[in-house]
Design a protein. Structure first.
Length: 428
């Protein structure tokens, strides 16, 4: 009996980036959250029941329609609020998707093999072994300066958790797979730029996380955020603050071991490849929620104008086409949200290319992302080893009553201890 021939490989006519939000639920209450009350009103139990089915249904529908999801990344809410068995199933499904389409992904220049997740790190320690087993790529979100992390990234009960954050960053530094840290900045975060510089060095030097793997994000105005936070809403950074930040970081980090990150990664959000600067918004990037709703991206999430349809109610190609059509009619989410909130200016960015290929004359300073120098100094001479000002600021931000963690120097012990009961790195 002749062996059965292998089924023909699917033919893909287009490819997309699929950002999957398996739950809107979140365990934090960040001052600048663009999702507003959606994160507290989300039904976690319902999301956990449907999260796996929705992703499987969508990937099957895309494949049947000749559409390849070249990137399937997990976002929230906070994905880690889901039960571990649900996370395990989602990670396994994403890995199986990449394996099944290994050749097609390679032909497009993509080398995806592991899931990617955006997380606030609150539950990183107890989930470490699960992440490690699936080789999950991690993007951890924090606030800088760290004193503002304590103030603006509180739990649902309104309490800060900076000591736990610092311990989890230490744990992330030892994590053996792809990882990075991103920092969300508003106008308030840029009031003390030297503190921001000091804390980048602190994370790099004292916590052991390579801050070359770091990028900046700017908080943006959101009607949903304003409705949830009222007068407590944070003000987006002004163009002048953004320019001053750019100049400050270049002055502080050029010629150091962090120069490569400064030039390659820190300002990724402001380059032409980033979605909010893309001319083809609505054609390549789609956000899927566990109820089947499809939106433009995180900036359009929950806003009716940027809802393209539902995978359980419409053919997948109709939904994708709706995206391109709606963006042509009303503009990209970043631009549309700026129209709703006139005080919000776009961040520093490189301009789009004109049809002929030439870049238009910039109206604002460009970011010059040049290759890193080959020889970097090991430590900048101007950086003190124990900056007292940073230690005092962090001590003030951490609640009293915690015993210093053994082995830390006296100037840092109060600022960087873990609270009682904080999970340490699991045994491996």
């Amino acid at each position: 009996m002749e062996p059965l021939a292998a089924p023909p490989a699917p033919v893909f006519e287009r490819s997309i980036h699929l950002l999957y939000v398996p739950t809107l639920c979140c365990n934090l209450s960040c001052s600048y959250c663009y999702l507003g009350k959606q994160t507290s009103e989300a039904a976690l139990k319902r999301d956990a029941q449907q999260a796996v089915h929705t992703l499987r249904h969508t990937l099957d529908a895309l494949r049947a329609a000749g559409v390849l999801a070249f990137n399937v990344s997990l976002h929230g809410g906070e994905v880690t609020t889901l039960p571990p068995d649900v996370l395990d199933a989602l990670f396994g499904m994403v890995r199986a998707h990449y394996r099944a389409h290994f050749d097609a992904l390679g032909a497009l220049g993509h080398r995806k093999s592991a899931p990617h997740i955006k997380t606030n790190l609150f539950k990183f320690a107890p989930l470490y072994e699960l992440f490690d087993r699936h080789k999950v790529s991690i993007s951890a979100s924090i606030d800088l300066p760290l004193a503002l992390h304590e103030r603006h990234r509180t739990t649902r009960g309104g309490t800060g958790w900076l000591p736990r954050t610092l311990e989890n960053i230490r744990l992330l530094a030892r994590y053996p797979h792809a990882k990075k840290i991103s920092a969300t900045l508003s106008s308030e975060h840029l009031q003390d730029m030297q503190a921001l510089v000091d804390d980048i060095w602190f994370i790099h030097r004292e916590l052991g996380f390579d801050m070359n793997q770091f990028n900046l994000m700017f908080a943006f105005g959101s009607e949903l955020n304003r409705a949830a936070k009222g007068e407590a809403v944070l003000t987006p950074a002004t163009p002048e603050q953004q320019q001053r930040l750019y100049d400050t970081l270049h002055a502080a980090f050029l010629g150091t071991e962090l120069e490569e990150g400064l030039r390659r990664h820190w300002f990724d959000e402001f380059t032409p490849g980033y979605c909010t600067n893309a001319a083809n918004c609505g054609e390549r990037f789609y956000l899927l929620q566990s109820d089947g709703s499809v939106y433009s991206c995180v900036r359009g999430q929950g806003i009716p104008e940027f809802r393209y349809g539902n995978v359980f109610e419409q053919p997948i190609l109709d939904i994708l086409d709706n995206g391109a059509r709606q963006i042509r009619q009303i503009g990209a989410p970043g631009a549309r949200l700026r129209q709703r909130l006139p005080g919000l200016r776009p961040p520093l960015h490189l301009p789009h290319r004109l049809p002929g290929g030439e870049a238009p004359e910039p109206q604002r300073p460009l970011l010059h992302l040049r290759p890193a120098k080959a020889h970097l100094r090991r430590r900048p001479a101007h950086l003190p080893r124990r900056p007292a000002r940073r230690a005092a600021r962090l001590r003030a931000a951490v609640p009293a009553g915690h015993a210093p963690r053994p082995g830390l120097c006296a100037t840092r012990a109060t600022a960087h201890r873990a609270p009682p009961g904080t999970a340490q790195r699991p045994g491996r």
